[in-house]
Design a protein around this ligand. Sequence first.
Ligand code: AMP
Length: 471
Amino acid sequence: MNDAAAPPPPPESPKFTDLGLHPDLLRAVQDMGFERPTPIQAQGIPPVMAGRDVIGCAQTGTGKTAAFVLPILHRLLQGVSRGRVRALVVEPTRELALQSIEELRALGKYVPLKGAAIFGGVPMDPQIRALAQGVDVISATPGRLLDHVYSGRIDFGDLQVLVLDEADRMLDMGFFPDITRIISLLPPKRQNLLYSATMPQPILDLIRGMLRDPLMIQVGQRSAPATGVRQTLYPVPRPRKLDLLTRLLRQDGMDSVLIFTRTKIFADRLTRSLTERGFRVSVMHGDRSQSQRLRALDQFRRGRNSIMVATDIAARGIDIEDISHVVNYDVPHTPENYVHRIGRTARAEATGDAVTLVDASEEPFVTDIERALGRQVPRVTLPDFDYGPADHAGAARHAGRHPGGHPRHGPHGGHGHHAPPRHGGHPQHGPGHPQGGPGGGRRRRRRRRGGGSGQGHAPHGHHGGHGHAPA
Ligand code: AMP
């Protein structure tokens, strides 16, 4: 990336109206309730409007979708070939393909430009009809896009802008051969935008081969979670995790909770256990059909179900504004995954809570995470929760096995007999009144940083105490 220009100096908190966007786009921005551009928008919108290639090192949650959607719409408005495919957004998941087109429709509601989402797992016909009517922007996953291209339904002759979104995810998911094929079908003279939270070597190679004099914009540290996320660890023996989770879910304020598990099987088991306990739960993982996923997402989004259980891959595309809590039922095995998971809450400028249940055998992963964060995460124990031996009949049935096999690092042993809480933290996270129950409709609230709620959420738990000095 030697050819990437230095990032511009941080802007003086500009307003959307300072960016030179078309007035009809500004109206839509206002309707969306966006008050100020996020850093990636402030830095990225002007160069994209000017036609430059841009590399955005930014994670989901930074506002990166609008950072490319707005300037692309602005540019396409200047052109004449209406109804011809002039911008292509390639996304790793169906949900992201859908969500970027939804954002495009919302931000483009006052302009005469059309977008279509193209992804697999659903019938071809509606997509064929949409394409036949003429679209200006396509947001697509690679496989289905190629199906349409090879059937002659998409002509890239007028293409001006290519966006590769979440390029590192696409690499992880094995999409690079398809991406290479897609790129070979596009006019060589075009604008390229590439967004990726990390820059592994194959992406650097792609950048070198494809981008012209790119401007590089880095937002936040790669392993830095959004600053609005309050993180807490709950040490708990594995056989007691389900009961502790149930207890936490019954606290007030658990309006919309995304729970991560590592495996699909366990996601299903946990969903059953929580449903048996009276919670309304959606589940999202790779074995669910596209219509099941969309329904799950819809029920969670509308607040009909206050809990979504998901695996990492499935959750990548979830874009929900108001996730109040992310719960890691298992500690993620890499700091990157941890940061990615907890980034699902505190989207854009809101705040959120990330709760991680930690069994003794998972402590080595916590050490890695804390080292990457450069600090220890507060630990909390509930004084009136029974951390005693397993509830083998109930919780253990569902939660007893370590779904991912053995942890990488050895010494902590894999049994669930974590020493019970050795320091009396206070139940905190949200008011600790177990009232309200879980099933209540979600309160639509957007908790802004500095906006009052949850501020001064000092860690009541003990800092560290487990001898994991951050590096
Ligand atoms: P993204 O990183 O593109 O997935 O965006 C995360 C969320 O932030 C989406 O729900 C956007 O609608 C929202 N968002 C994008 N830009 C802004 C902004 N300037 N102010 C407030 N919210 C925003």
